[in-house]
Design a binder for this molecule. Structure first.
Ligand SMILES: [Zn+2]
Length: 288
């Protein structure tokens, strides 16, 4: 009598599924929610590249991408979707829209080569706004625009210095808005500076080029994507019940800072400013 060998487990069954590991990590229902989600990513530079890569690999359904700039060779040290031949030939949003689907087969990228103030209102047809811009004026304008929606969209803002990254997770009027922590003087400066740089080309040419490398933007892109996941999987339930998914609560109303020199992370509440420079912020809070 021959001894029957047990049927070998068909490992390759799981290996053929691009989303197998994500499904195990997030759960099938959450993966499905992610795959049906739409996000607005403002900024297609280094932070935008990283966030798009992370959310694309997760299988996010649609990324609406807004950025007015063309690729420059100097971007190539930190942007996974740009190539040397793109220099001044391709808009940043075009490069990401063309190459992200090579990795992210579930993700549609809708590119808009425009500033957020020039982009059509349809870009705001989203569940979440991710901000990866290099100037406070754009933050100021998109924060104000976000208040025209009822309710305003949750908003995740990424920023960095030479050796730190910072992420803010906001859902005004339940939390502070993007400019609650800005003083009136700072807001005036941001607006005045924009006028000055637009009117005088000298300032455009002499704006310092910020030093940056890929692993700093990787850290900020990772924190933003992780917070985006928790917002997206729990948003519907939170709107209905005020509760996030157990174990997947986003850092709502908080900042997350990571110091790359000291390897120190910090997180804390962003205070709501009752005298916020943004009129809509004060107004919506009164009526929430
Ligand atoms: Zn505010």
């Amino acid at each position: 009598m021959t001894k029957e060998s047990p049927t070998p487990i068909e490992l390759s069954f799981f290996e053929r599924d691009q989303h197998d590991r994500t499904r195990r990590w997030l759960g099938a229902n959450n993966l499905e929610t992610i795959q049906q989600s739409t996000v607005l990513m403002v900024g297609a530079g280094a932070v935008g590249n990283e966030v798009c890569k992370n959310l694309g690999l997760l299988g996010v359904g649609k990324i609406i991408l807004v950025d007015p700039d063309k690729v420059a060779a100097s971007n190539l040290n930190r942007c996974i979707f740009f190539r040397p031949g793109d220099h001044e030939a391709k808009f940043k949003v075009e490069a990401v829209a063309e190459r992200l689907p090579e990795l992210a087969t579930n993700t549609v990228v809708e590119p808009h080569a425009a500033t957020i103030q020039q982009a059509p209102d349809s870009v705001w047809d989203t569940q979440l706004v991710l901000v990866g811009v290099d100037n406070h004026y754009a933050r100021y304008l998109l924060n104000a625009k976000n208040f025209s929606f009822n309710p305003p969209h949750p908003l995740i803002n990424g920023a960095m210095g030479k050796d730190f990254v910072s992420v803010e997770v906001l859902a005004p009027p339940h939390t502070a808005c993007l400019v609650c922590s800005w003083s009136k003087d700072f807001v005036d400066h941001v607006v005045a500076n924009e006028v000055r740089t637009r009117c005088d080309p000298f300032f455009v040419d002499t704006v310092p080029r910020f030093p940056m490398i890929s692993f700093v933007t990787s850290v900020v892109g990772a924190v933003m994507a992780w917070e985006a996941v928790r917002v997206l999987v729990g948003l519907k339930q939170w709107r209905e019940t005020g509760q996030w998914q157990d174990g997947l609560e986003p850092a709502l109303g908080r900042f997350i800072k990571y110091d790359l020199n000291r390897h120190q992370a910090a997180s804390g509440q962003i205070m709501v400013n009752p005298r916020c420079s943004e009129t809509f912020c004060r107004d919506k809070r009164k009526h929430k």
